[in-house]
Design a protein around this ligand. Structure first.
Ligand code: RNT
Ligand code: ZN
Length: 421
């Protein structure tokens, strides 16, 4: 870990280097501090939740690994999140799923949930200065066991999930009202066919109609923002996913909903980075699920890939990053779960910083039609000393510089996580 003085002096040199290239480093740091990332609660307990319904994970998503110490209660999860947040610079948000309510040993089915079950989460978020985001949980439930929910051919099952999603929006609005920052309530459903369907049209018609019911009641945008999340395929739904990209792009545009782009939900060589500027032409805001697919939508921890840098770059290049709500979505049980949060979130922030430090000469070269200079400058900018700026940012935000956070995670593992056996 570099000492304070060292981080300071390398920062001074780095700032000079950037200033010479026309980059305002202080402005970049101020802008970075204004971008919240919504940490996904489900990394902390392998997408388990706290219901007493005896459900196991379903919906075509999977968590692998058995690292010790996963959170077993809401208090443990909050404690772990506090640890993770103490190692991440900036002020952020927490993204909850409906199954993380506090049911107090009672069986509360999905069509019975209400804001009171999230009272403690809201109080905790307030105490910690966090905004909350929310998701109905349309998987890991007997009524989703055959792989269909809002698009189910059985009307009573559709009704059940419509009620669940309606209630989820109300919970989102209650969170937004209590915390004074809108809650993004994101609907993702697993519905899809393992093998070639005979009819792709009817389930999609049913899904559109069900969503219209879910969203029928207008809720103030200052409390709740609705998002919908498309997907290419899931495990066991390889041949056709009802809520595909085209389905939801059309739905979001015609109903004015946020479209959620999950980095793992497209063909492996297709990047969501290129979609941001297109969808923002037609939608006021979008939501991202920043994730990392390895060969498939495997939800690996977000690393500092070209793909991540491209996503962050496109968010910043819009000039209005607040139109892109940024959430994380991955789940790895093979490593320390707090480290998983810290690695992914710090990487995302580093990528945003790198984008904010982009030398203006790159864009100018393109405007001048000089593609040679554009490529040359893009490549040169890859070795600019942005890590010194990042270290400085961490230091000024009071969080460990460079890899020093790992020592704290190790200590927490020894003191807390290993006692959870
Ligand atoms: C699944 C979707 C969805 C979930 C979470 C748990 O493929 O990405 O967003 O990961 O809701
Ligand atoms: Zn997602």
């Amino acid at each position: 870990m570099p000492s304070k003085r060292l981080a300071g002096s390398s920062f001074t040199l780095a700032r000079k280097r950037y200033t010479d290239l026309g980059v305002d480093v202080d402005r970049a740091l101020k802008a970075l501090a204004k971008i919240p990332v919504s940490l996904h609660c489900w990394q902390g307990d392998d997408v388990g939740g706290f219901e007493n319904l005896g459900n196991t994970l379903s919906g075509g998503i999977a968590v692998t690994g058995n690292h010790p110490g996963k959170a077993r209660t809401p208090d443990e999860l909050r404690m772990d999140l506090e640890k993770a947040l103490s190692l991440i610079p900036g002020t952020h948000r927490l993204n909850l799923h409906a199954m993380y309510g506090e049911f107090g040993g009672k069986k509360v089915d999905r069509d019975e949930i209400e804001p009171s079950l999230f009272r403690n989460w809201i109080a905790w978020a307030k105490e910690n200065g966090l905004g909350l985001d929310f998701n109905p949980t349309c998987f890991s439930h007997p009524k989703a066991a055959d792989g269909f929910t809002l698009s189910h051919r059985d009307k009573s099952i559709r009704r059940f999930w419509i009620e669940h999603c309606r209630r989820s929006r109300e919970i989102g609005a209650a969170m937004g009202r209590a915390l004074g920052t809108p809650c993004v309530t994101n609907v993702w459903i697993p519905d899809g066919f393992k093998d070639t369907p005979a009819d792709r049209q009817a389930p999609r018609e049913r899904l559109a109609a069900a969503l219209d019911e879910v969203f029928k009641k207008p809720l103030p945008a200052k409390h709740n923002l609705d998002a919908v999340e498309p997907k290419l395929f899931g495990i066991g739904a390889e041949s056709c996913t009802v809520g595909s990209h085209e389905f939801y792009l059309g739905y979001a545009i015609t109903r004015c909903k946020l479209l959620c782009l999950d980095a793992g939900h497209f063909h492996p060589t297709e990047s969501i980075a290129d979609k941001i500027s297109s969808v923002l032409l037609y939608l006021p805001e979008i939501l991202l699920h920043v994730s990392r697919g390895v060969r498939w939508d495997s939800d690996h921890v977000v690393t500092f890939t070209d793909e991540l840098q491209a996503i962050a770059r496109e968010i910043i290049a819009t000039g209005r990053p607040e139109r892109v709500r940024i959430g994380l979505d991955y789940f790895d049980a093979s490593i320390n779960r707090i480290a998983a949060w810290v690695i992914g979130t710090r990487n995302l922030l580093r990528a945003l910083l790198l984008a904010l430090l982009e030398p203006p000469a790159i864009r100018a070269a393109e405007l001048a039609g000089d593609n040679t200079a554009r490529l040359a400058l893009q490549e040169e900018s890859k070795s600019l000393p942005f890590d010194a700026v990042w270290d400085y940012y961490c230091e000024t935000k009071g969080v460990p510089v460079s890899g020093a956070w790992l020592t704290e995670v190790r200590k927490y593992e020894a003191d807390v996580l290993l006692n959870r056996r």
